[in-house]
Design a protein around this ligand. Sequence first.
Ligand code: ZN
Ligand code: CA
Length: 377
Amino acid sequence: MIDRNRLFGTFMDICATDSEPKKERLLAEKLTRHLLELGFVVTEDDAGEKSGGDTGNLFGRLEGRGGGTPLLFSCHMDRVSPGRGVRPRIEGDFIVSDGTTVLGADDAAGIAAILEALTAIKERNLPHPTVEVVFTVAEELALVGSRFFDLGRVAAPCCFVLDASGPVGEIVIQAPEQAKIQAVFNGRKAHAGFAPEEGVSAILMAAAAISRMKLLRVDPQTTANIGSISAAGPTNIVPDRCELEAEARSLDPEKLRVQVNLMTEAMRSAAAAQGGSVEITVTSCYPGYTLAEDSQPARRAASAAQRVGLPVTFKSTGGGSDANIFNSGGLPSVVLSCGYEAVHTTAERIALDQLASLADWVLALISDGADGGHSTS
Ligand code: ZN
Ligand code: CA
């Protein structure tokens, strides 16, 4: 039922529209026009004002025709850089960028699939339940936009977030909590040649702390990484300041707490051992979630996928998405894999067949939700 060429055209048009975190205005205007043409009521919230961006989250609602359970789909409008001036093109079985930018399939693929499925339904005048969409801003900046979205406006009982790599048919039901650790080591300056004995090197404290940590893959559920370490100074002075940024993630909240404690303890003991000090700030970036395979969104996503012949796999992810925010706000949300590859790189691409399958999947979800739809007949 979907029109592949129209889908590919919509997708490439979205990719070619400049969008960056906190600068989603052009794309938001384009998507608003699309949604209005499809019969949606569209509003934009104040996430832009609240977060210092030029655009808020778009919320659209298309009243159902014929009843059924309301559905909510979500994608983000921003993309990572370099993401302006994208020139998408079809190359063989894939859509690619020209190699100087990302493609932006993350997350244009999800948006285009939703728009195509809705267009196909409108064309044929098919019954459908109420369909809601949330197109968020600044997702790539640690899920900034979705935090400002008011879930009280949603009629749907659950949410399908179209925003994961991996073959179409995969359903993410588990994601980790992430914590960020920022530390400043304070030592004492001294001349490195005349009187190094009088100095306390902040860099050496940081180095000792890091060497005591278990990092990268900590256990099957837990990861940790030092992202940056910085100190500026001439070589002839023992440095008195060194900043360090690290993160830890775990699918198990208790293991995350243990890992964060081990890392901060390593910093404190290394600082104390060398006669310096350390100031540490730990921030929880977003909470994790675990949904059952028979939870409503997982079940509905799986049965719709099976109906269009997609192999279904439930999986957990190591990354965060807007689903972390929605789940923590009490709206059960799964993430659907969109078939894009090598995201956040200039080699990002998506297979034409994967994009078409994603639109088929969305269409099946909507038609399964309609009264008299496949799953209830
Ligand atoms: Zn994404
Ligand atoms: Ca991304």
